[in-house]
Design a protein around this ligand. Structure first.
Ligand SMILES: [Zn+2]
Ligand SMILES: [Zn+2]
Length: 185
């Protein structure tokens, strides 16, 4: 037998061994999963409250890695790249819907000061200030703020203003409209 032939045979042997190892590993994994599943089911049947607590804690503990993993998979799958435009359009529509819902919750899409009704010009204002602090607390503005407001049952202290009136109020403490006309209520 030549050296090349021997090398080929060795290689084949190695591969076979690897295959067997892989199979046994898979089998072990299956066995473990099965055992784990029956134990989980048993635990759930025995004490549902405790089971729920454990699951909740586990979710909290591994939340970030899980989300990251999902995100990576999502990116790698090419789904985003293939459907980029569609996804962007959908997100925009959702954001618009959410904004509208928030405006409705705070007295309708209309500036409380000047009566501006163009949706694109409108924004939400923290009546007694503290908007920056609030944004820092919840870790963002925009959709994060809107989702926070929705999730917290639209707490009071917020009003609809247009960007002009809002900025004037933020910079000068008072919108010039207040000198010209009384606020529309
Ligand atoms: Zn205004
Ligand atoms: Zn104004």
């Amino acid at each position: 037998m030549s050296e090349v032939q021997i090398a080929i045979l060795e290689q084949a042997k190695k591969e076979r061994r690897r295959e067997i190892q892989k199979k046994s590993r898979l089998k072990l994994g299956e066995k473990y999963l099965q055992r784990h599943r029956t134990e989980m089911a048993r635990g759930r049947a025995k004490d549902p409250e405790r089971h729920r607590k454990i699951q909740k804690n586990s979710y909290k503990k591994h939340r970030m890695e899980r989300l990251q993993k999902n995100h990576l998979w999502w990116k790698d799958s090419g789904y985003y790249a293939r459907n980029r435009e569609q996804i962007c359009a959908r997100n925009k529509a959702r954001y618009r819907q959410l904004r509208l819902m928030c405006f409705e919750a705070y007295g309708g899409p209309k500036c409380k000061c000047c009566g501006e009704k163009t949706i694109e010009f409108l924004t939400l204002d923290h009546i007694n200030g503290g908007g920056n602090k609030h944004r820092k607390e919840i870790g963002g503005a925009g959709s994060k703020m809107l989702l926070w407001l929705k999730g917290n049952g639209y707490p009071s202290g917020i009003q609809v203003l247009c960007y002009n009136c809002n900025s004037a109020k933020a910079y000068y403490g008072l919108c010039p409209h207040a000198f010209i006309q009384s606020p529309v209520s």
